[in-house]
Write a protein that binds this ligand. Sequence first.
Ligand SMILES: Nc1ncnc2c1ncn2[C@@H]1O[C@H](COP(=O)(O)OP(=O)(O)O)[C@@H](O)[C@H]1O
Ligand SMILES: [Mg+2]
Length: 265
Amino acid sequence: MIEFKNVNFKYGEDIALNNVNLKISEGESIAFLGLNGSGKTSLFQMINGLLMPNDGYVSVDGMRTDEEEKLWEIRKKVGMIFQNPESQIVGTTVEEDIAFGMENIGVPRVEMVKRVDEVLRFVDMEDLKKAEPYHLSGGQKQLLCVASILAMKPKYVIMDEPTSMIDPIGRERILATMNDMNKMGKTLMFSTHILDEIVVSKRVVYLRNGEIVFDGKPMEIMKKVKEEFGTSDFIEFQYRLYRHGFIKHFMKPDELSERLRELCR
Ligand SMILES: Nc1ncnc2c1ncn2[C@@H]1O[C@H](COP(=O)(O)OP(=O)(O)O)[C@@H](O)[C@H]1O
Ligand SMILES: [Mg+2]
């Protein structure tokens, strides 16, 4: 479990997180929704100790991030994928990039070779093993970061605005891959400022000015976000179906069309 207990954080005078309390259990998939500057990145960087709270604490499986001797263990458990995939790619080929992180945590050679193939299969990029990351599309770069992180077998995976830098096709792939990761048992936290993306999670944490102003089921956030965050046709349509009792929760487009077909029978 990951826990935030009364966490406050400031950059100089700027409040970035204001009394954050949060518990994240194993196996969850949580969307952190918020406008720019609401504190999503700061919150994520607290989890693997890149930032430390001014007050309160953050713990990962009982280990507090302010216990320096625990940081190594925490960072092995928490895989972080930054908003800009390019900032995270270090290898000159795809396979080298994936190997790099594993080398850092001392994965044996034979095991490394096996895992490279495993994670490339997972993101469906086996044919790009020898490719130079520089030549990949934005979406492929993001998937490479996913592969490199998964190769280190983290328990928790954090993705900071994973779709913000890529085109719509890449975006679908990333969202599908996130879903697959959660299904394979990873606890997933991702941030977004796109309301449509909350349909891939069962829990939404909504941040405004560094405060958690909502934490609950995606459908229940609708009253809260409408005026202050804006909505979309896709979400609004589903919300109306929900209020009329036709659906019980948000769905992805394919699930929704299947449900509509059922209703029309
Ligand atoms: N490196 C920084 N230096 C100073 N202020 C920062 C820095 N990073 C973020 N902030 C401020 O902290 C607040 C939260 O930012 P951030 O966590 O980046 O939010 P988000 O990821 O939701 O856009 C904002 O007011 C932002 O201006
Ligand atoms: Mg951010």
